[in-house]
Ligand binder design. Structure first.
Ligand SMILES: [Zn+2]
Length: 575
């Protein structure tokens, strides 16, 4: 595995990787961007192509391509490894079974189940999907499958593949049969969770299957069974953090700088087919802050395309508040009433495209809907106060907010100040920002020159092509500051060292004066130290002279003072 990591690092530059997620601007020899890990207006996120690392001075996150992908995709190391290996075209050879951890086993199990279901997608199921407009390509790409009517088919298959009962249950694919039900079938003590269903695998952002959603299908299906059944929460699946189709929409979301949110699998598949590869879906859950954060990593613009019925509008409202609170710009696509996106696309994909293109921002959307449905001005005013103002309080941009206030004031025919006053009274929802990493505790302030010179040293030491020989510089610096100070500097932890390297890199940029600065730093430090020693010797000499028995000492100290004075003079001659 260590080999693969190195191969990936050789093939992918940090710029290749980071620029897929954030727009980098050149700033000297480094590249700069607004940090994807915390909210900021001025860029404090730096990338060093030479050293293959990134660092944010705002939230203090930093590291290499693996750390970056882990953090931005919300993955563990293995997930990041998979993404980067694919990008680099480096095959991953997995270690033997015994050393794999539980999560790996679950991922493998989910993959085995996906293969099992896809192989069983019946002709009738395909016919049904095609009638609903899903193409053969989409069926294959999204790996749609089928769970038959047998009670233990999947569990039996997985057991044959050497998965344990516990693993199958932990993956959410089977339940332990209660004893009263065992009479019907003696083959095992597990029953499959999904039966008589068309299966939609749900993947994490690295494309690994973590859950399923099953739509009821087949003549044996019980009429009481729910239309859609989702995997339960498992070690791999946290529904509030996973969006259906996210792994396939990532590139498109960044490319067109916009994401479309629909509800449910069919809407998603149809929207992808209609050319909106930037569509993601919530399935069986409300749109959460975590979902909004996931989208925010790819784009700041979100279009909600939920059903046009009352429930859909309510859901859009909830989703919009979560999205606004995360700083997303939210628009709403107005669909003809009574048609969900899948139906609309099947009927007329052009009107779907138009609905997305002409999506209105959420506040205008709400104002329009309310104005239409409130014939009396008084009623309209009240609903604006109750429905629209809470949204307005979530809008993060002061400019956008001012524009909305103007629009609302115009529609209600009241002064803007009245809207502002009403807005003050709206209870605000706690805005949860991306998690911030606590800054390391501030250390006692060291000699600034020493710190500067040392930063320069460790920066040069990390550069593939240093400006001067760092080994010589290290020796000079050690001599200039003294061994004990050098030891202290060498003990600075790596995260802080990385911050120091980036500070220096920012300072010098593409400047050619690095070597001269290094020389000057050494000179200053050296002189500083000599002067310090001189001052100490002079003080000691003064003390010795006033003491009664200081005679012997006085001579030694006088010699020392002369020596130091000479050294300082020599130092100045050299420069
Ligand atoms: Zn940051």
């Amino acid at each position: 595995m260590a080999d693969a990591v190195q191969q990936i690092k050789d093939k992918l530059s940090i710029v290749d990787v980071v620029s897929q997620y954030v727009k980098l601007d050149r700033a000297g020899s480094t590249l700069r961007a607004r940090c994807p890990f915390h909210t900021e207006k001025t860029p404090s996120f730096f990338v060093s192509p030479d050293r293959g690392t990134f660092h944010c001075f705002g939230c203090n996150q930093g590291g290499d391509i693996f750390t970056f992908v882990e953090q931005i995709e919300g993955l563990d190391f293995k997930g990041a490894l998979k993404i980067l290996a694919e990008k680099a075209g480096v095959p991953l050879v997995y270690e033997k079974r015994e050393v794999k951890d539980e999560r790996d086993r679950l991922f493998e199990l989910m993959e085995a189940a996906t293969i099992f279901y896809t192989a069983r997608l019946s002709e009738e199921a395909k016919k049904y999907l095609k009638a609903r407009g899903v193409t053969e390509t989409t069926i294959k790409e999204f790996r749609l499958g089928y769970a038959g009517s047998e009670w233990t088919e999947l569990a039996d298959y997985l057991k044959k593949k050497k998965f344990l009962d516990k693993e199958i249950v932990d993956a959410g694919l089977a339940k332990t049969r209660s004893t009263s039900l065992t009479t019907g079938n003696e083959r095992g003590n597990l029953t499959d969770k999904f039966r008589n269903r068309i299966m939609f695998p749900i993947a994490d952002s690295a494309g690994r299957v973590v859950a399923f959603s099953g739509r009821i299908f087949g003549e044996n299906a019980s009429p009481e069974a729910p239309k859609y059944l989702n995997s339960p929460e498992t070690a791999l699946f946290h529904k509030s953090r996973i969006l259906y189709g996210f792994d396939r929409a990532k590139v498109a979301m960044r490319k067109v700088n916009c994401a479309i949110l629909v509800e449910g699998q069919m809407d998603l598949l149809m929207s992808h087919q209609a050319g909106w590869g930037n569509t993601v879906a919530v399935s069986g859950t409300a749109f959460t802050d975590d979902h909004a954060r996931l989208i925010k990593r790819m784009t700041e613009n979100l279009v909600l395309a939920l059903d046009a019925d009352a429930a859909g509008i309510k859901a859009a409202g909830r989703a919009a508040r979560a999205a606004l609170a995360q700083g997303l710009n939210v628009k709403v696509a107005q669909l003809p009433e009574g048609l969900d996106p899948a139906d609309l696309i099947l009927k007329d994909s052009e009107s779907w495209r138009a609905a997305i293109r002409e999506a209105k921002d959420i506040i205008t959307f709400l104002l329009d809907v309310l104005e239409k449905h409130s014939p009396l001005p008084d009623r309209f005013r009240r609903s604006v106060e109750m429905v629209v103002l809470p949204f307005l309080s979530d809008v993060q941009s002061p400019i956008a907010r001012a524009q909305y206030i103007r629009d609302i004031a115009r529609r209600l025919e009241v002064p803007e100040s009245a809207i502002e006053e009403a807005l003050q009274k709206v209870p605000t929802t706690p805005v949860s920002h991306a998690p911030t990493v606590p800054l390391p505790q501030k250390k006692a302030r060291r000699n600034d020159h020493a710190l500067h010179a040392y930063s320069l040293l460790i920066w040069e030491e990390a550069l593939p092509k240093p400006h001067f020989d760092p080994a010589i510089y290290r020796a000079q610096l050690a001599e200039a500051v003294g061994e004990s100070e050098m030891e202290k500097l060498d003990a600075i932890p790596e995260l802080e060292r990385e911050r120091m390297r980036f500070s220096i890199e920012r300072l010098f940029g593409a400047s050619q004066n690095v070597a001269r600065d290094a020389e000057e730093s050494i000179f200053m430090l050296h002189e500083e130290r000599l002067r310090h020693e001189l001052a100490a010797a002079a003080l000691a000499l003064a003390a010795a002279e006033t003491a009664a028995d200081g005679g012997v000492q006085t001579a030694d100290l006088e010699a020392k003072v002369r020596l130091l004075t000479g050294k300082i003079a020599e130092l100045h001659k050299k420069v």
